[in-house]
Every structure is written in C-alpha cells, then in structure tokens.
Ligand binder design. Structure first.
Ligand SMILES: [Zn+2]
Length: 230
C-alpha cells in the first residue's frame, strides 16, 4: 500500500520526535554493503525472530529490486513497527510501516517487506494508474519473495468477475501473463515509464500490441499460467 501525503507528514513528524522521550522505542541501524536499514520498533512485545526475518528479507530483496528496476533508489530505508497502525503495511518517503499485530497473527507473511520496499524502488512521482503501482509491487512479491510458499500467498486464478483494475495480485498475474505471452520486458518498461512520467495508456499497444482492455480480453480467453512459488 502507498501512503497518503497527510499520513506521511504525520509520520515524518512522529519519527522526528526525539527517541529519548519515548521509552518503549528501540531503534537499530543495520548496514550491509550499499544499503542501510533503520528499524524503529514501538512494540515492546514484537517477536525478535519476526523482526530479524523482516531485516533478512530486506537485505535479500531490496538490492535485487534496485538492481533490476531503479539503481538510484534510496540507500537508506526505515522500518517502523507501529502498534497504533491498523492496516497491514504502507510505505512512503523511504519509510515502511508495519502492523505488529498482523505479523503476530501471520508470522510467515514476511514478504510484506518485498511488496512494501518495491514502493520505495518505484519512486513514482507522476500520475499513473494506482492499480498498476500495486500490481507491479505484487508482481515483484511473486518473483522475488522469499517466503511466499510457506505463507501460502498465491496469485488467484482468473475469474470472470475480475478486472486488471483490481490491482494487487489480480493485476500481478495479468502482468505475468503479458510477460510470458506478449512482451517479456513489459514490467520493466511500465515501471520505468511510471517513474519518468512517460506512462500513457497507449504504451500497452506500443509494447504488447493491444490496448490494456484488449490484452485483458485475450487473457480472459486463455488465462492459463504456470506458476511456482518459493
Ligand atoms: Zn502496496
């Protein structure tokens, strides 16, 4: 999920409050190679094992995502474990916020990291379709995820009531289908266009030979896709 500007400003303010004044907060800085992860933990009972798994996932997937999609992505990322947050996870301005209750209840869902930090790599500052932003982030979770199998995270099979605008996993599966059947660089090109402000709807026709609606119709007619999870 991407973070709204208002929520972002509140969060920046919150993170800027001196850590000394909030006794429960634990802040760690970890650097591996080119990348630094700051973990701000406001949940005293958050599982140290889960915390470590989030960190390990970051240092595996973030460099992979950066290498493929955006070598100029931020070198420093912050994870904010926030017990006041009621969503699953959201990201804005180099900060990914996670709900410790969600992770307590779904301890294998480590690849929320893989999805969220892709939003940092995406760095889309221009208007483009939100469903594509989230579809690409779940495409990336499928390709680079480290624990999807164990968490039983799957791309749902095609159903007639779906649309590419459903975003997330529905759009991710559609992108994989286009990649396999039409243009193997579709995601790289869409991602680059969303970042540099050159995305237009006509890009689908230019790259994959049909409008996005036409592609969806072809997908609906023949949606089979071989998938494997790790
Ligand atoms: Zn997202």
């Amino acid at each position: 999920m991407r973070l709204s500007l208002t929520a972002l400003m509140l969060q920046i303010f919150f993170l800027s409050v001196p850590m000394m004044t909030r006794a429960a907060v634990v802040r760690d800085t970890i650097t591996h190679g080119d990348y630094t992860l700051i973990v701000v933990n406001n949940a005293p009972d958050f599982s140290p094992e889960t915390r470590q798994r989030l960190i390990d996932a970051f240092f595996i997937v973030y460099p992979e995502e950066a290498t493929r999609f955006n070598k100029n992505t931020l070198r420093q990322v912050t994870f904010f474990i926030d017990p006041t947050y009621t969503g699953v996870a959201e990201t804005g301005n180099g900060v990914s916020r996670f709900n410790p209750k969600w992770l307590k209840d779904h301890p294998e869902d480590i690849d929320v990291v893989t999805h969220e930090v892709m939003h940092i790599v995406q760095d889309y500052r221009h208007d483009g379709p939100g469903w594509l932003t989230e579809g690409i982030a779940d495409y990336v979770r499928y390709v680079y995820g480290v624990n999807n199998l164990k968490s039983n995270w799957k791309l749902p099979p095609y159903r007639p009531n779906q649309s590419y605008t459903n975003a997330y996993r529905v759009t991710a599966r559609f992108l994989l289908w286009i990649e396999k059947n039409k243009d193997q660089h579709i995601v790289d090109q869409m991602d680059a266009a969303m970042r540099d402000g050159t995305y237009t709807d006509s890009l689908w026709t230019k790259l994959a030979g049909s409008t996005v609606d036409g592609l969806w119709q072809q997908y609906a007619n023949s949606p089979a896709l071989e998938l494997s999870y790790k």
